[in-house]
Design a protein around this ligand. Sequence first.
Ligand SMILES: *[C@@H]1O[C@H](CO)[C@@H](O)[C@H](O)[C@H]1NC(C)=O
Length: 532
Amino acid sequence: MASKIMEKMKTFWMLFSIMLAFSEASKILVVFPMPSRSHGNLGDGIVRNLLKAGHEVTYITPFTYKNPPSNLRTIDVSSNFDLLPKDILSIKSIMDKTADDISIGLMIFMMTEITKATISNEATQKLLNDPKEQFDVVIAEWMFSDLPAGFATVYDCPLIWLSSVEVHWMILQLIDEPTNPAYSVDIMSTYTPPLNFFQRANELWMQIKMQLLNYFWLDGVQEAAYESHIVPLVTKRGRKPPTFNEARYNASMILSNAYVSTCGAISLPQSHKYIGGYHIDDNVQPLPADLKKLMDSAKDGVVYFSMGSNLKSKDLPDEVKTSILKMFGTLKQTVLWKFEEVLPNLPKNVHILEWAPQQAILSHPNLAVFVTHGGLLSTTEAVHFGVPIIGIPVFADQFMNVEKAKARGFAERVDLAYTMADTLKTKILEVIGNKRYAEKAKELSFIHHDRPVKPGQELVHWVNHVINTRGAQHLRSPAVDLPFYKRKFLDLAALLAVLVLAVYILLKRALAYICSRVCSTKQKTGSKKKHN
Ligand SMILES: *[C@@H]1O[C@H](CO)[C@@H](O)[C@H](O)[C@H]1NC(C)=O
């Protein structure tokens, strides 16, 4: 009996040590330099999952990481905050249309500047210039600039892009080819497929316009930054630096902060994996006691209103604040408003939260509707917890997110305007009053969770896969190595055109020849006739 137990223990230890050998910690560099809280949350989510899997993580971030464990080293690039134009995210300037439209061209330019500053940062320079520093993989957020690919070039290791938004053509072309604009839309678009004729034409034009802009301007900007900021580091390590194009099209994988529950079912290359929802911790932090009591006792349900972490409710024009507050006072629901300052004359049912534990609030059964700006993190969390939303989109991908949510039946949209209080009330009552919205949200929530493994596990799996296969070349799409003219058979088209032209010219000449013979005999016979 005892020997049997010993035997079992032995096998157990053997299996255990094999497991240990396989789950060896890897060194991973995570690059999330965007000075914006939601992007920071996405980076934190990656880091949290990798640490949990036992990896050694170096994290380039403008934020301080709370209680860093021993296997995490952070590289502080908080000076990136100074680079953001101050006015870009204020609600009032957007409502008054004094802020410039955020065009994609401007974003590429700006994000290249932020990446350059990140590389030049003293702390990053130390990391990049130390020949002893090595990494098994670099995971970088793709935000319009391809320059972060240079981090993997410096360390000569595989690169994984983290796509923070829905699947779109600009990022997919880095590992495959652009998606078809007939049924997939641009990241800044407000259309939801199916597209009508005008929308389809417009989406095609967006892609062509952007490609031209890249070709004639932005590729040059990025390439120059690569030459000045990356190439010297590679040379210093004694390697011949690849060209910028070789570096930017060399990613092993895209991990996408999206899932079919929030975006359409378009066909995707093998090196693209959905991990949407990974930033949500499995164990939601419990509500603080006072907030829990408030929500528990809200018999008529709770309305939760938050414009996210970048946009501040306090930047709303005063008359809008007052009218919304007054309108909230007429509701019988309890209202939680994430707001950054104290408001006078609060109605009894309205509560201001300077800081809101959003996920805990969304998971409460009494929550009736979530009024949001429609950022992807907020809409994903709404789907995760199965909550209907009212979207007030302000900029960037928020319009697309809200339109998609509306098309899926769990959302209504309200436009940002000085007179929006009345519309907001109508929509709140509609969403709370009609069971359809909550049911749809629950349905989508089921789809969101019904996956073979949780998104956090999936993320770790693919990162390990890329490391263990040294770049997962077997998943690389052949399309990315073909130039545009070959993919679209433009060479064949040109050849056919030449052939058709040649045949046309030959036929024409032959006809002319035959004709001239016939005509001349006719003429001869004609002239003979005259003679006769
Ligand atoms: C492309 O990535 C692989 C690893 O995935 C690396 O070994 C190779 O050197 C990279 N090539 C270029 C041109 O950067």
